[in-house]
Design a protein around this ligand. Sequence first.
Ligand SMILES: Cc1ncc(COP(=O)(O)O)c(C=O)c1O
Length: 427
Amino acid sequence: MSDKHNITFSKASFKDFESIPDLDVFQRAGIFKDFTDFMHTDGQMNFRFVTNGCGPSIEVRSPYHDAPKECVSLVSNDYLNFTQHPEVKAAAIKGIADYGTGAGASPLIGGYHTYHLELENKISAFFGRPKESSIVYTTGYTANSATLLALLGEKDCAIVDMAVHASIYEGLLHTNIKRFPHNHTDRLERALKESQSRYLTRLVIIDGVYSQDGDFARMDEIYALTKQYGAYLMVDDAHGIGVIGKNGRGCIEHFGLLDKVDIISGTLSKAFGHIGGFIVSRPEIANYLKFQSRQQVFSSTATPASAGLLKAMDLIDEEPHWRYALAKNADYFKKGLLDLKLDIGSTESPIIPVKIGDAHKTAMAARLLFDAGVYANCIVYPGVSRKDARIRTSLMATHTREHLDKALNAFEYVNQKLKISKYERHT
Ligand SMILES: Cc1ncc(COP(=O)(O)O)c(C=O)c1O
């Protein structure tokens, strides 16, 4: 292609393609002749796999094979598989029938409809808070970034666990930041002591379940420290809500802090099987965000299909067997991986990493798994630190024993080929 198509931004240069090229273009260009060819120097993939939807076993178009391949899926956050639940689908369809397909405007200028109000009230009730305690955003990512941008300024300080989600960091562009190593409460305490009386407000920010390791925050200790030092606590429980806790209210419920955490952030795109994000806090904070958060003024939120979410939230209580099935699957799969002597870190959730360390070896493992009919993500820097590459798996309530055994057999095969077990991988 001619030079006129080259575009250079300060962060990236796009050469030779008029638009984002699809698989066929890459294949015709012979770019994928060797799988290492499509890794950036960082080890980052530059290709998006195309699947036929969310489910425990799905069809995947990849750069590896000409035809789509049926694979056990270990990549989805649709933990309860509610994207496919007939009652959730029916409610979403009814939402569209009743209201149409879009919100029409941002919430503050005409795009706030009955179903938005219902959704916010439902979310508040789900967490046992007063009706006006919640606000819905377009995504979980936006809920975090927009809320923090609206709340924290140059006189405040965010004290964050280093492993929090990228969307949190994006919200901290205009405030002071102190970071503490993942779950190191002594370092958090030091940061709280050092920052005392230097800032107007100090907000400690953690995830409930950490998205790459699947471990929990040491939330009880962290909460106690925030109270001891007069700080506030925000928990992003994107991976815990709907999945963890006796009643599926998340990691916050697990630690008995449902009515105590100052700001709860969640997503509607994982256990609830839809799209969107939310904040639950004190009514005055939620109300402030409704008017002061730029994304509420300039960006539309939930579509009428989010009526499906109302049903999904009911199902957390009405059909707890999905949550139990998920926990059972996670236990079975963890045990299988441990029997293979693989390093799964300290996961306590359906997110189960298989830690390999070396990025190149991890990419090879992902490829071998794929050939064996198992689709799992290769997570490398900057998703995790450079020496901590891993295959990240996440389980669903609808995986069957056959699916899980197929995946375990594939990991056994990969271990034989690449020696990725804890005891062999450094030799
Ligand atoms: C911890 C955490 N928070 C927030 C998000 C963003 O969620 P959403 O996909 O709704 O933007 C994610 C997404 O992966 C996440 O892992």
